[in-house]
Design a protein around this ligand. Structure first.
Ligand code: CP
Ligand code: NVA
Length: 269
């Protein structure tokens, strides 16, 4: 037990299955414990300022994880926190999921450097994190999204040279080593669902799309998934899908992240 009595505070503005379970199980397995905090039943929901909550919570716990709508809220919290703050998903990105996705690819196919990754569907928080990962892990990223659903413009610019923006999923999938997608209506976009169902027609990852990729290509989806919308059942439940390992890797990757953040030893970049 490397971290006895270390406490992780977890604030969830949005629903979660994987993120909550993996962080909570992970800190327990490291010897510590977690406190789940929902704005509904804390003073945050009654208007207590973020900076006050950050100062108080971080005086009592060793790590904080936040899932929020606004990315700026997590940054604001971190600015006033005396302990490390982990982004557990915002409307802008989902970096912890990418730790698990990259781990899953490496475990199955080795080094991801120079490989071709294809993102199909919404240019959402997950897509933004794939853009950051393309720079960090040095892979080529092809993004196929409908007009009006492009990812963050600054991230696209930062990944210039590594990213190609396309409209045709079949073209984007050609020769890919990894195909990834996500729901068409993320949390907070529920009221746009009907329009999105129309706009994303033709952007489903199905057998025809997978057939364009390398035969050994793997399929990833952060989950939860909507079979019959962004992915067909035959793909997500088929032999190229590694989504269950991907989900389990949230636990392993985030235990490594928490170990890194809780360790006193200086770590070189
Ligand atoms: N992939 C993911 O973050 O899942 P949850 O929303 O269930 O945490
Ligand atoms: N893009 C999805 C990811 C869920 C893990 C959402 O934000 O709802």
């Amino acid at each position: 037990m490397p971290f006895p009595q270390k406490v992780l505070g977890m604030i969830f503005e949005k629903a979660s299955t994987r993120t909550r379970i993996s962080f909570e199980a992970g800190i327990v397995q490291l010897g510590g414990g977690a406190i789940f905090l929902s704005p509904r039943d804390t003073q945050l929901g009654r208007g207590e300022p973020i900076e006050d909550t950050a100062r108080v919570l971080s005086s009592m716990v060793d790590l904080v994880m936040i899932r929020a709508y606004e990315h700026a809220k997590v940054e604001h919290f971190a600015a006033y926190s005396s302990v490390p703050v982990i982004n557990g998903l915002t409307d802008y990105n989902h970096p912890c999921q990418l730790l698990a996705d990259i781990q899953t690819f490496i475990e199955h196919r080795g080094d991801i450097r120079g490989r071709t990754v294809t993102w199909i569907g919404d240019g959402n928080n997950m897509c933004n994190s794939y853009l950051s990962a393309a720079c960090q892990f040095d892979f080529q990223l092809r993004i196929a999204v409908p007009v009006g659903y492009e990812p963050d413009a600054d991230l696209l610019e930062q990944a210039a040279g590594r990213v190609v923006l396309l409209r045709d999923p079949l073209v984007a999938a050609r020769g890919a080593d990894l195909i990834a997608t996500d729901v068409w209506s993320s949390m907070g976009k529920e009221e746009e669902q009907q329009r999105r169902l129309q706009d994303f027609k033709g952007y489903q990852v199905n057998a025809e799309v997978m057939a364009q990729a390398k035969p050994e290509a793997i399929f990833l989806h952060c989950l939860p998934a909507h079979r019959g919308e962004e992915v067909s059942a035959e793909v997500i439940d088929g032999p190229q899908s590694q989504v269950w390992e991907e989900a389990e890797n949230r636990l392993h990757a985030q235990k490594a992240l928490m170990e890194f953040l809780l360790s006193d030893a200086p770590v070189s970049a």
